[in-house]
Design a protein around this ligand. Structure first.
Ligand code: DC
Length: 224
């Protein structure tokens, strides 16, 4: 199992890591783990079950027992489709709150590692390279300025026809960053052996090209 290669892609919300991870997984034909979705599901299911997000023991117990399934771009828990519900701003807030509880992080550790299947795994999150897959073959940390991340999110939401304030989004991003980077357990930071890329002035295509070139140099991928 440990010889199955892993590429980790960590970074803050809006850095483009989700898109990057999907493109890399598709290009290599590897499995994909969106670990943020797991925390989003734990947050959403806690709210649905009336569990207080500060109740560490209760949230961790729930996290350890959820039959989560990812298939055909949908996320379900016992047949309940949560794909759209977990993508709202509120769901992101709730995910960030449950993610800073150590018992919750411990509860989802095995689940995350179970995604490591042949021929390989691309894992996207905050602590994929520092905690969950410390032996990964390639570790990427994708950053971008908070302003650019807020603008990207603003455009996405506008395109969906939602009315949002850019300043409000920026404040929300800065607040969430502070919580994710400042927490005692598994804070958002690059692994010592990670390659740090700053996508502030880069298109996603440029970032993909750089990551593929690293994968090729490591013998993880060959262009057709
Ligand atoms: O990547 P995302 O926006 O879907 O993540 C949602 C929240 O979950 C985010 O605030 C941080 C947290 N998270 C985490 O703590 N560790 C991970 N590996 C992935 C996400």
């Amino acid at each position: 199992m440990t010889d199955i290669p892993v590429i980790t892609i960590d970074g803050p919300s809006g850095s483009g890591k989700g898109t990057l991870a999907k493109v890399i997984a598709d290009t290599l034909g590897w499995h994909l783990l969106d670990s943020g979705a797991l925390y989003r599901i734990v947050g959403a299911m806690s709210v649905r079950r009336g569990i207080q997000l500060e109740d560490e023991a209760a949230v961790a117990e729930l996290a350890a027992s959820l039959p989560i399934s990812f298939a055909d771009d949908r996320v379900t828990v016992s047949g309940l489709d949560l794909t759209d519900e977990i993508r709202t701003e509120d769901a992101g807030e709730n995910a960030s709150k449950v993610a800073h509880l150590p018992a919750v992080r411990a509860a989802v550790l095995d689940l995350q590692r179970s995604f490591r299947k042949a021929p390989g795994l691309v894992a996207d999150g905050r602590d994929m390279g520092t905690v969950v897959f410390t032996q990964a073959a390639l570790k990427i940390f994708l950053d971008a300025s908070a302003e650019v991340r807020a603008e990207r999110r603003y455009k996405q939401l506008k395109n969906k026809g939602l009315s949002v304030s850019l300043r409000g989004l920026l404040e929300q991003i800065q607040e969430r960053d502070a919580r994710d980077r400042g927490r005692a357990i598994a804070p958002l930071k690059p692994a010592e052996d990670a390659i740090v890329l700053d996508s502030t002035n880069m298109t996603i295509e440029m970032v993909v090209e750089q990551v593929l070139s690293h994968a090729q140099n490591l013998g993880l991928w060959q262009p057709e």
